[in-house]
Design a protein around this ligand. Sequence first.
Ligand code: TMP
Length: 235
Amino acid sequence: MKGKFIVLEGGEGSGKTTQIKYLEAWLRQRADLGFTEIELTREPGGSPLCQKIRQVLLVPDANEEMQNRTELLLYAADRAQHVEAWLRPWLNKGALVLCDRYTASTVAYQGYGRGLDQTLIREINHIATGGLEPDLTLWLDLDPEVGLARAQIRGSRDRIEQADLQFHQNVRSGFAALHQQQQLTNPKDLRPNPEGLRPTEGQRFIRIDADQPIQRVTQDIQSVCDRVLKVWAQS
Ligand code: TMP
């Protein structure tokens, strides 16, 4: 696989959809970082077929409540299609792929939010991805109360946004746990390791403070990506 895979994650209203577009625009001006092809995509809904699955997942149905395992499997179906039909071909061509959400969202939302078993989530994620992991995940961390208030200003709430505050607090704990498990670092600590100039395993999931003015968040993301992409270019 010649390309690289960067994911933005975060709770509702964390600003990742805006920030990923800024990141794409900034990367397009940085040919020096070594990528001529950049693909911007998202989960759920990263292709025409995935868009249909997104509709089923997010549009509330007044007649029937979706079960948690159904929800988990639909996110997995969206991901399996996205990975096989789009992400792998792009990465095989050497593209830099930017994706709005990926497997960490399933751990946080279906695992910590809905309370489904973590081993089950890991297994399903593995089946869906065939083992394709991001090279870098940026987690835009924000207090869910602030995030939900922002999301509300945007308009009507989708099925997941309608869950209560406790659910969204649990989702945040899920991202925080992933961050901790991987001994994750702060952007300032991100430096090449002495041997291979590769970011170490523990530097793959970075927390970005999203409770800052938009421009500051953009700068933090750029500064992490600048450093990581330079390391990749040398390896
Ligand atoms: P978005 O609105 O940020 O595109 O995401 C759609 C919603 O889907 C959001 O509320 C988070 C949720 N989600 C999950 O619950 N599990 C997942 O695996 C993914 C990718 C998203």
